[in-house]
Write a protein that binds this ligand. Structure first.
Ligand code: GLY
Ligand code: MN
Ligand code: MN
Length: 465
């Protein structure tokens, strides 16, 4: 945990924004995997971690904004529990670490909420995403489960988002830690992968690095020779010379701050010429986009500039043609780059996406585009000092999408479908870094991880020697 004052200060800022009523913050429960006692790895809710800091299941907090006090709801362990869990610090002592004096049994939550509702006080809560919390909230609020999807959540969600998007020095330190572990994970992949191995063998080693460092994964590992499938979690392929391996994985620290890095490298010592051409183009998109990150810059504009670099590069390679601006305006580039340039990152790899992706990434002035490709951009608004963003352009050759568009005669004025035939088995390349927006510009967080063609070929040549 951070020091007590971090949490008291965070709650004070929130109270000021919310002005009156009760703020209900739900911690997560243990969730059963295949029978009650065989549970998934516990992951605390990120907003609960942000304001309360306690990383244990079955806790709830209520901030009484008018009284200026926070109550923690939880049950002290009985001797029956201690037999299984070993002795644990009392809830009272844990609450004190967060600057909370009142610890109350959870059986009282319903009564407190009912009384506040009767008195006409606002109950602010956030959209629940776990079934257990939906059930609890439905009972406490006296609302049907499908009536919980919340318009009334918006003011609290917005207040949380605006506060938590701006990272403090202590949070950046924690994110640097996540990225140091993440760098080790990527170096391990680059040093381990050899022709003849299964993707799963490399994946296991990479996961081990995160666990050995006292954290875990920030999201399921993508490590695949089929990088053109964006969220590919299949690890059963055998690595072959001449293929590319795309690795998108990151650690979260013990305090749950995330890293999210992608590297793509050849299974052989060196890239083929064809691979190198596309790699250099993705790298140019990435480096130009990182350079453009600064306070006030509109992330959607940076995404579109990256798309223009893609189109110009693809025109040089003979894969696209026509006017670059028109191709990007119409969305032709999305055949190769169907996702967004990046997203905010923090306690969640997609920071606060549970509170509403559009509330995090868009504003009343900058709205999400419905266009294919651009609609997958999670964050389109202006950057500000303290934001941490991923920058993750990619170029993919997705045979199914190429065939579909070709058959539909889509963008024939921009795309050279005949030349694309020789790229059907190319796969995909993505390069991703995590960037802190500073006062004047930006800083890439974490230790450098081989990224240029030269750096990657050196580490691969040593690995295969
Ligand atoms: N790792 C998922 C993403 O890059 O958004
Ligand atoms: Mn990623
Ligand atoms: Mn990402």
């Amino acid at each position: 945990m951070f020091p007590k004052k971090t949490y008291t200060k965070r709650r004070k800022v929130l109270k000021k924004q919310i002005k009156s009523g009760l703020v209900l913050l739900m911690g997560n429960e243990l969730s059963s995997m295949n029978y009650t006692d065989n549970t998934y790895h516990f992951r605390q809710d990120s907003t609960f971690l942000y304001y309360i800091g306690l990383d244990l299941p079955s806790l709830t907090a209520i901030i009484d904004v008018d009284k200026g006090e926070t109550m923690l709801f939880g049950t002290e362990l009985t001797i029956d529990d201690v037999i299984w869990t070993g002795p644990q610090p009392s809830l009272k002592s844990l609450a004190a670490k967060s600057g909370i004096k009142k610890v109350i049994p959870p059986t009282q939550i319903a009564t407190i909420i009912k009384k506040a509702k009767k008195a006409g006080r606002a109950i602010h809560f956030l959209p629940p995403y776990r079934p257990e919390n939906k059930i609890k909230l439905s009972e406490w609020m006296g609302l049907p489960i499908n009536g919980l999807s919340c318009i009334s959540c918006v003011p609290l969600a917005k207040a949380v988002i605006e506060q938590a998007l701006v990272k403090t020095k202590e949070e950046i330190k924690e994110m640097e830690k996540a990225l140091a572990i993440t760098a080790d994970m990527h170096l391990t992949a680059m040093r381990t992968a050899k022709p003849g191995m299964k993707e799963a063998e490399v994946t296991g080693k990479v996961h081990g690095v995160a666990i050995s460092a006292g954290g875990n994964l920030a999201y399921p590992i993508i490590l695949t020779v089929n990088g053109q499938t964006l969220h590919n979690h299949y690890h059963g392929n055998t690595l072959k010379k001449g293929q590319l391996l795309l690795g998108d994985f990151g650690a979260e620290t013990g305090m749950h701050y995330a890293g999210d890095i992608t590297r793509t490298f050849p299974i052989s010592e060196k890239f083929t010429e064809k691979q190198r051409d596309i790699y250099e183009l993705v790298l140019a998109m990435e480096m130009a986009s990182i350079d453009a990150c600064k306070p006030g810059a509109i992330y959607k504009d940076i995404h579109l500039d990256a798309a223009r670099i893609l189109v110009n590069g693809m025109k040089d390679l003979g894969l696209m043609k026509g006017d670059t601006d028109a191709a990007v305006a119409e969305g032709a580039h999305a055949l190769f780059f169907p996702h967004g340039l990046g997203h905010a990152i923090g306690l969640d790899v997609h920071d606060m996406e549970d509170l509403g992706e559009d509330l995090v990434g868009y504003t009343d002035d900058i709205k999400r585009s419905p266009q294919f490709g651009l609609r997958s951009l999670r964050f389109g608004r202006a950057l500000a000092k303290g934001h941490v963003m991923t920058v993750e352009p990619g170029i993919y050759f997705i045979p199914e999408l190429i065939d579909r568009w070709n058959k539909e005669g889509k963008f024939k004025n921009f795309i050279n479908y005949s030349k694309l035939k020789s790229y059907r088995d190319f796969g995909g390349i993505r390069i991703e870094d995590n960037v802190l927006i500073t006062g004047k510009g930006q800083k890439i967080l974490g230790p450098p991880i081989p990224k240029t063609v030269g750096e990657i070929e050196v580490i691969r040549t040593v690995a295969l020697a």
